[in-house]
Ligand binder design. Structure first.
Ligand code: G3P
Length: 231
């Protein structure tokens, strides 16, 4: 499963990129607005940081014509940009035009299997079901991803399932088990994926034991001949 970070924050993106397991970025108007910088400049800086990873940037028009205009513009900024359009009839119409021009589309704000079916039939590159927001209203977000994958597999649709609005590591584990193509998550969740208390405790014990025998063990980076072994 590919890991995308759901953020427009450059520090977070830099930290995640340095770990070497980051495959892309998803942004939305809310996330971009938080950064208070010119949109184009900001998105291009994100593209620079993630290098070969895709960067999802969203249109803000709600009519087909406006979305097509903005989608073309966004896609012209960098080859790694995927254009996000909302799951509305206008969004689907805009996708129809843009995909025919070779522009990759991520359909966002997907909350039902029927919406996901339309998205795949219309030829989207990514479909973004929002798990956490369904959980928020006491509906099962994971079940939605399960159903979308089942439908897509039944018809060999090429649209990739980008599980979005992931709120905690269990969401990540569950969508990975189902075989979702991508999980996008906030930086906080991404950091949590690395952590386990037994890793910390184990490392602490290893280092304590090493320290106790340090004089005999020497230094890993020191040539053997230069080691003082207490003789
Ligand atoms: O980028 C879209 C999506 O992941 C939003 O997540 O946490 O605002 O529901 P959230």
């Amino acid at each position: 499963m590919k890991f995308f970070l759901d953020t427009a924050n450059l520090d977070e993106i830099r930290q995640a990129a340095a770990l070497g397991v980051l495959d892309g970025i998803t942004t939305n108007p809310t996330l971009v607005a938080k950064e208070k910088r010119p949109f184009r400049e900001h998105i291009l800086e994100i593209c620079e940081i993630v290098k070969n990873g895709v960067v999802n940037a969203e249109v803000v028009s709600t009519d087909t014509e406006g979305m097509v205009r903005e989608g073309r513009e966004l896609a012209s900024w960098h080859p790694n940009i995927v254009v996000k359009v909302p799951m509305t009839p206008d969004g689907v119409r805009a996708m129809n035009v843009l995909t025919r021009e070779g522009i990759r589309i991520n359909v966002t704000l997907v909350f039902s299997p029927t919406q996901a079916l339309i998205v795949a039939k219309a030829g989207a590159y990514f479909v973004s079901p929002f798990l956490g927001r369904l959980d928020d209203i006491a509906q099962d977000g994971l079940q939605l991803v399960r159903e979308i994958l089942q439908i897509y597999r039944a018809y060999n649709f090429e649209t990739q399932v980008l599980a979005a609005s992931l709120r905690h590591p269990i969401h990540v584990v569950e969508v990975a088990k189902m075989g979702a193509h991508i999980g996008t998550m906030p930086f906080k969740v991404f950091e949590q994926l690395f952590k386990h208390p037994l890793t910390d405790r184990g490392l602490e014990a290893f280092l304590k034991d090493w320290e106790k025998a340090r004089e005999v063990l020497g230094d890993i980076t020191e040539p053997a001949t230069a080691r003082k072994v207490g003789r």
